[in-house]
Design a protein around this ligand. Structure first.
Ligand SMILES: NC(=O)c1ccc[n+]([C@@H]2O[C@H](COP(=O)([O-])OP(=O)(O)OC[C@H]3O[C@@H](n4cnc5c(N)ncnc54)[C@H](O)[C@@H]3O)[C@@H](O)[C@H]2O)c1
Length: 469
């Protein structure tokens, strides 16, 4: 690891005595019959969605037996925030052998997922990893190899499949309502609030996120693979960085101390957010990580506009784009079939009335509060050839990624064997196929040529997806 990476995310300190932990904790928790979880990466997603939220909603099924993070201050804070009583450490290996979990949950930055997935699988635990499964093809192959030899299984946290509009589209496509699908157009728009936030955080560097073609688009590529129900075979892409990063006249290290903050439209005042002050700012002296880093830093090396054409093994072709500085946040998808077309979207201002500001929208998407008002709907338009279009209404939820978060966790923690007629549950093959599109797209941009998915790992693309999870 280079010194800069070490400062951002390095270090290893044992907090507390392991012998005592091993003796006292390992035994008592096992006797309670709950799933025993070790979580690594206690940042926003780890301490919140997979931490506090899991304890609140599934505390009768699961128990945290260890929390690990490379930042000793953050892991200690996360324990209090979650209301957990388990040991915390910056040393994953020692914690793993001391607390002997049934399940490891991995919520570190993307480029480190593979280390913990592989260690968890080798130990014999089930592993749940946040998306993206990992960031390059070598790490992907290492994960697939580890899982082949493992007793436990790997689950990839694809919450977007559970969003009501995508679930309804899956049903309609499975019923072949528009005949055989031939092509798909999919466009995702990140706004100047949520989109900009990727350029403030570790995501801004490909060594941590693999670029947004992997970090963010893994969600979208997984949806495409699942909805088209086939594997990708070839990807050609273009991308560039021409809004954030070097593309501004002024810049600083971060917003708090910035001399340009009055005139910068992208200035972020973290001091107004007490949660982020406690989670990040209070612990930045341990690793130097600035949560409010400047979106104009010259070193930023990810793309901010991306477009890809993806060819599938069943001959479907997809046109995909991701924009990171759109004035609105939303998406649009259309399936062209031999008998007609399905079209759906969310939050395109002139197609439906947006009741909240763009900043509120992002806060709602990340929130895990159960939404009271389910009286709002998204539309799906079905238009069969030579007929009038019909409007299908789907309930619209915003919190917890369109209601997907809670459904994903219910399956993992409460009801893993519940019937799954649409195949919502995602395993390592799904995790791999989605990132391989992003990895191929990144390679295609770098090398200016189409990339074959079969040349990246030993996975052989299939005309019909293998759904083993
Ligand atoms: N599914 C979703 O919708 C969704 C939403 C948000 C985040 N995520 C995923 O969750 C993961 C975490 O994202 P986040 O927003 O919480 O980031 P974050 O920066 O808030 O948290 C990451 C944590 O990992 C720790 N860390 C860094 N390097 C480490 C290492 N080598 N070993 C152990 N700990 C390390 C950091 O100190 C930090 O506490 C990412 O993979 C991200 O893609 C998924």
């Amino acid at each position: 690891m280079k010194r800069r990476d070490f400062l951002l995310y390095g270090g290893s300190t044992i907090l507390g005595g392991f012998a005592a932990v091993q003796a006292a904790y390992g035994a008592t928790a096992a006797n309670r019959g709950k799933k025993r979880i070790l979580l690594v990466g206690t940042g926003s997603r780890g301490s919140g969605f997979w931490g506090k939220n899991v304890l609140e909603k599934f505390g009768d099924q699961v128990e945290f037996v260890g929390l690990c993070d490379s930042n000793p201050g953050r892991v200690a804070y996360a324990k209090g925030l979650m209301g957990a009583t388990c040991p915390v450490s910056t040393n994953f290996d020692e914690l793993l052998s001391a607390v002997k979990p049934d399940m490891v949950i991995v919520t570190t930055p993307d480029a480190f997922h593979h280390e913990y997935i592989i260690k968890g699988l080798k130990f014999g635990a089930d592993v749940v990893t946040e998306k993206p499964m990992t960031t390059d093809e070598k790490k992907c192959q290492a994960i697939l190899d580890a899982e082949k030899k493992a007793k436990g299984k790997l689950i990839v946290g694809f919450n977007y499949r559970y969003i009501a509009s995508f679930t309804r589209l899956k049903e309609m496509l499975q019923e072949k309502q528009i005949g055989k699908v031939t092509s798909v157009d999919f466009h995702w728009y990140l706004n100047t609030s949520h989109g900009a936030d990727y350029f403030r955080r570790w995501h801004a560097f490909r060594k941590f996120s693999g670029t947004l073609l992997v970090h963010k688009a893994t969600h979208h590529f997984d949806l495409l693979n699942w909805l088209i129900d086939s594997d990708p075979v070839e990807v050609f892409a273009y991308g560039d960085l021409e809004h954030y990063g070097k593309n501004n006249a002024f810049r600083h290290t971060n917003c708090r101390s910035c001399p340009h903050k009055e005139k910068c439209r992208f200035s972020y005042d973290i001091t107004k957010e007490s949660g982020n002050m406690k989670l990040y700012v209070a612990n930045e002296h341990y690793d130097g990580y600035l949560r409010d880093a400047c979106v104009w830093r010259k070193e930023i090396d990810i793309f901010d506009k991306m477009g890809a054409v993806i060819k599938y093994a069943n001959n479907v072709q997809v046109t995909y784009s991701l924009t990171t500085y759109s004035p609105f946040e939303g998406w649009h998808i259309a399936f062209n079939g031999t008998k007609g077309r399905l079209e759906a979207w969310e939050d395109i201002p002139w197609l439906n009335k947006v009741e909240v500001s763009q900043d509120q929208l992002h806060a709602l998407q990340m929130s895990q509060e159960i939404e009271k008002d389910v009286s709002k709907y998204n539309q799906i338009i079905r238009m069969l050839n030579f007929q009038k279009h019909e409007e299908i209404l789907v309930p619209k939820l915003r919190s917890g990624h369109g209601g997907g978060d809670i459904k994903l966790q219910t399956r993992i923690f409460k009801d893993p064997t519940a019937p799954d007629p649409l195949g919502h549950a995602a395993g390592s093959r799904d995790g791999a196929m989605s990132i391989l599109i992003g990895i191929a797209a990144r390679k295609s941009i770098d090398e200016k040529r189409p990339i074959k998915i079969a040349n990246l790992t030993d996975l052989v693309p299939q005309p019909v997806r293998i759904t083993k999870t």
